[in-house]
Design a binder for this molecule. Structure first.
Ligand SMILES: NC(=O)c1ccc[n+]([C@@H]2O[C@H](COP(=O)([O-])OP(=O)(O)OC[C@H]3O[C@@H](n4cnc5c(N)ncnc54)[C@H](OP(=O)(O)O)[C@@H]3O)[C@@H](O)[C@H]2O)c1
Length: 285
């Protein structure tokens, strides 16, 4: 039996869809049954409850061979993931696949990658088989700018000239499905990237080309961006953590493109142009 968490979110949801496409049955922990109604209808076995609740984990991880651990960002993320690993071990789970990030390295400075790195170390030392899924910036983050792209032909981010090797979460889901359903992924850390390194001005050019009208990237100073984000992110720790992560992107990162998506799925990673075409309804005026 396979167990997934985060299936009503971006990466867990894409992983669930990729497994369903392969005709694989699995179990999932969800806290909102209504949000997961379509998954239930598709045959997913739901355990309703909170991923922070030990009793829920004990129930959900019973009889499971491989589990995908996708946990929400927050100051408690490390504790939540440690408990997940502990319960998985106690329940005889063989292999935990952890959703981490490409920025999660030993000398990471921003809080979210530091938590991911610490959690990776905890899982590695647990004695369980492990696989780390380490994606770069999600193309789906740009969906949050859909409104301003549609209405003003602009998107506003505090990322200066920073670049990413952004990836479509559907490709992340396809990679997770491959890892969950085929052998040989124990002890592997897969850095997942899209096909090209792009600044946000480059991204604006891609939008312009696909949408057929001028789309402009506007750099917003971090304090102003923080004020806007605070309307959506009410947790102070999370707000600061996202701003720190974005500041690192703005300051410039040491990036590389990997062939992990191609190797795991047999397909080239989705280009930003294709992503925009697939989400025309969100961006088109
Ligand atoms: N965004 C990026 O560019 C990026 C890049 C690399 C790595 N990452 C990493 O990717 C990971 C996952 O991100 P994501 O974007 O897939 O997450 P997401 O879309 O925010 O989804 C989070 C999922 O966790 C569920 N959840 C949250 N709290 C829960 C709880 N207490 N009990 C049960 N379920 C709970 C949510 O359920 P509800 O639907 O009920 O809220 C949702 O299904 C993060 O750790 C992040 O650091 C992100």
């Amino acid at each position: 039996m396979l167990l997934l968490t985060g299936v009503t979110g971006k990466t867990g949801g894409a992983s669930a869809q990729a497994l369903l496409k392969k005709g694989i049955k699995f179990r999932a922990i969800v806290r909102n049954a209504e949000k997961a109604a379509a998954l239930k209808a598709a045959g997913v076995e739901l355990v309703i409850g909170d991923v922070t609740d030990r009793a829920v984990l004990e129930k959900a991880l019973t009889g499971v061979d491989k589990a995908l651990m996708v946990c929400p960002n927050g100051e408690k993320q490390l504790d939540i993931e440690k408990q997940f690993v502990d319960v998985a071990k106690a329940k005889g789970v063989k292999h935990v696949v952890k959703m981490s990030s490409m920025e999660a390295v030993a000398d990471a400075k921003a809080p979210i990658p530091r938590i991911h790195y610490a959690s990776e170390q905890y899982l590695k030392q647990s004695g369980l088989a492990w696989t780390m899924i380490k994606p770069n910036f999600f193309m789906q983050n740009l969906l949050g700018s859909g409104g301003t792209i549609k209405e003003q032909g602009k998107f506003f981010l505090p990322l200066s000239q920073g670049t990413t090797v952004m990836i479509d979460t559907r490709d992340i889901g396809a990679c997770v499905a491959a890892v969950m359903t085929s052998p040989g992924h124990e002890g592997q850390a897969y850095e997942l990237t899209g096909p090209e390194e792009l600044s946000f001005a480059d991204a604006a050019e891609r939008f312009t080309k696909v949408l057929g009208r001028k789309i402009e990237y506007v750099h917003v100073p971090m304090p102003a961006y923080r004020q806007t984000l605070a309307r959506f992110l009410t947790n102070e720790w999370h707000l600061n953590a996202v701003c720190e992560l974005f500041q690192e992107i703005a300051d410039g990162q040491d990036l590389h493109i990997t062939d992990s998506v191609q190797k795991l799925t047999g397909k080239a990673p989705t280009s930003l142009e294709q992503f925009i075409r697939d989400h025309q309804a969100v961006f088109a005026a």
